[in-house]
Ligand binder design. Sequence first.
Ligand code: SAM
Length: 365
Amino acid sequence: MCLGTYVRTTIIDKLVLDFVNRHAGFNTPLPTSLSTEATQSATVESPQSPSTPTQPEPSLQYPLPPSTRHKVQIISLGAGTDTRFFRLLQHHPHLAEHLIYHELDFPATTLKKIQAIERHPFVKDLLLTAASRAAATGTSPDSGELCPSGEDLGRTSIRISTDGTNLTLPLYNIHAVDLRDLGRPSSPTSAPPPTLPNLHANIPTLMLSECCLTYLPATTSTALLTHFATTLMPRPTPLEVVMYEPLHPHDVFGKTMRANLASRGISMPGVDAFPDLDAHGRRLSEVLGKGESGQGNTAREDGEQGETGRGKESVESEGWTIKDVWDSMVNVEEKERLRRCEMVDEEEEWVLLAGHYGVIRGWRT
Ligand SMILES: C[S@@+](CC[C@H](N)C(=O)[O-])C[C@H]1O[C@@H](n2cnc3c(N)ncnc32)[C@H](O)[C@@H]1O
């Protein structure tokens, strides 16, 4: 796996687990790493059996009373073949009682992902076991919206739509959608936006977008985020967004990077409107601040943090380049190990590349 993916996965895993820790009501926080080995299973096309024993569960006082067994919701936009949901459960099986996870992508991608889940016994068993565990707690919100013509795979009522592109379960949902349809303004002549079964409006929610929104025009991605922040998960639901995005398209390295992608037919219209961490932070603050009296704020380069809000309303954002993460969050021994694994000869090039990708986090409380 490439170094950039490792660093990105490490920081986003940490932000996800931080979010879970803040909202799930555990007595003892979960460790905020899913271990280095876990990141090897980067796609469901190459699932790994656990190469290390799963971490022991933290000292939770089970059974927790239902009132303290809080649910958290995670929505992954353009999830592709990402396996974070499975890695979370592999390392923290009891999260099945707390999580509601959604992945959104084009039908062609979701079809392949669902087929991969069905094909790989390790992944499928992990899902079935987690689904049983979630159902056994009796706290799973009842969706009441299962696909009407789905195939019932058995004891946990996983439903897969007849065309194979949607998987529906209270715990885990794969939605085949074009994200552009979700932010489109409704009109009497246009089709209504697609519905997302099992999406809950009032559960603390983390939205993830890893190298996805940059493929959409800026107005479309902002409309999409706004639709989630104001219609699907309106205030006062706590909402957080974590994005991984390319940066600095206008310097020499950025131009070369773009030209290389363009030669492979890949364009990233979003990067012009949001060329740095500041621009991303401002956009997230504006979107998350909608519906409140205060105005948006800014995120600054190098992890600086901005804040706004009046009274109890608060919107904040922060951001790091992948280089910031490498410099400040990966320890010396781990850096050496990774350099050997990756055979990083061109340190200069890696540093340049790492400065051209960033992780931005915005949240409202
Ligand atoms: C570069 S991949 C990233 C996949 C995954 N997030 C990861 O980090 O491994 C971008 C993903 O966004 C999805 N995507 C891009 N535009 C989309 C749209 N309009 N609707 C749904 N999915 C979209 C692509 O199909 C693809 O799976």
